[in-house]
Design a binder for this molecule. Structure first.
Ligand SMILES: Cc1ncc(COP(=O)(O)O)c(C=O)c1O
Length: 360
């Protein structure tokens, strides 16, 4: 019996495992889809100035409504959005948790197409709700017909649509979002954590927000903005949905330091995202090179690549680890996932992969 079982822990948490991507200090860490490019110095200086200014009032609670930050996100997202349609929290994980706390909870359910982001089931169960896993088709794609049918049958209170999907990188056509929205009376969350890495001319689910009061589009500063350590995520939705989230957030959940740092970073959005094009180029290089090595690269609109036809994923993972390269074995048979790093990091990964194991 594990010590946890000795505690009077909630029955529905018994046997659960915490989120557990390994944190090991290897020279080349490409396992959690971070942006491995540091924040440019000119932006870091301005962020530091803003944090220093916020320290003058640090004896006071911060703006509970994080008004300036919400305005910053509305400007950044465009599409005519205003600050009353924006919410933010400590990482999009907390944003998603707020949505689940308000719209899922005991006796309710949330649904997602498996394999998808591993935190969705954990966050769902954390609120006391049940997780329902739907199925994807060929190469992890989803058709509007199948999606609508599965969602109608499961009748969940919250649906997660990861666009593009983690851990597979798969794009999600907007007609799937429309079909799912029409197939449920619940909240539909389109998680666009990796949206900035998608082709420039593609339409975001933000364009579907008008007249869809149960649709939520979430984003994060952790990926394209290279701000994972600051923990800032946000979403856009109808003002009434935002009001519902106010019922479950902790008062003053976004610290004055976080608000100052995120607002400053947003003022420099074009510079902050200079690395996106470079990362996309490295992602495409990974896809082409792993294919040349005999693996299968799944289509990716993200900053990572899932590749299949790996004989022994655990063995290949270990061999790369021994070469100082950390990637992710996400438990999909014969597959591994790698984040696109800088050119040097990507080269280190590709060289290591070429020198170890072989495709099946
Ligand atoms: C699809 C997806 N959504 C949300 C997140 C959470 O990001 P954060 O909490 O850092 O904003 C991640 C992180 O990897 C992700 O892959």
């Amino acid at each position: 019996m594990s010590p946890l079982d000795d505690l009077p822990i909630r029955d529905d948490l018994r046997g659960m495992k915490p989120y557990g991507a390994p944190q090991v200090p290897l020279p080349v860490a490409l396992n959690v889809n971070e942006n491995t490019h540091p924040v440019p110095q000119e932006v870091a200086d301005d962020i530091l100035d803003s944090i220093a200014k916020s320290l003058h009032d640090i004896n006071r609670y911060p703006d509970r409504e994080f008004t300036a930050l919400r305005e910053g996100f509305a400007d950044y997202l465009g599409h005519g959005l205003t600050r009353d349609q924006i919410w933010a929290a400590n990482g999009s994980n907390e944003v998603l948790q707020h949505v689940l706390q308000a719209f899922a909870g005991p006796g309710r359910s949330a649904f997602g197409f498996s394999p998808t982001y591993s935190m969705y089931p954990l966050l769902t169960r954390g609120t006391g709700a049940t997780w329902v896993a739907g199925e994807r088709g060929h190469d992890y794609t989803i058709t509007p017909e199948s999606a609508a049918e599965q969602v109608a049958e499961a009748a969940p209170d919250v649906v997660f649509l990861c666009s593009p999907n983690n851990p597979t990188g798969t794009p999600l056509p907007l007609n799937v979002v429309e079909a799912v929205y029409d197939a449920t009376d619940g909240i539909v969350i389109v998680d666009e954590a990796y949206w900035e890495f998608a082709p420039r001319d593609e339409r975001s689910a933000l364009t579907l927000l008008p007249d869809r009061e149960r649709l939520v589009v979430s984003r994060t500063m952790s990926k394209a903005f290279a701000f994972a350590g600051a923990r800032v995520g946000y979403l856009a939705a109808a003002p009434d949905v935002i009001d519902a989230l106010r019922l479950v957030r902790l008062p003053y959940h976004l610290s004055a330091l976080t608000q100052a740092a995120a607002s400053a970073a947003l003022r420099h959005a074009p510079i902050m995202m200079r690395a996106v094009g470079e990362i996309v180029a490295q992602r495409d290089r990974i896809s082409a090179t792993v294919e040349a090595l005999g693996y299968t690269a799944y289509e990716s609109w993200t900053n990572f690549v899932l590749f299949g036809d790996v004989d022994d994923p655990a063995g290949t993972w270990q061999e790369l680890y021994d070469h100082g390269v950390l990637i992710r074995d996400i438990g999909i048979p014969h597959s591994l996932r790698v984040t696109a790093g800088t050119e040097e990091e990507t080269t280190a990964f590709l060289d290591a992969l070429a020198s170890v194991g072989s495709a099946s």
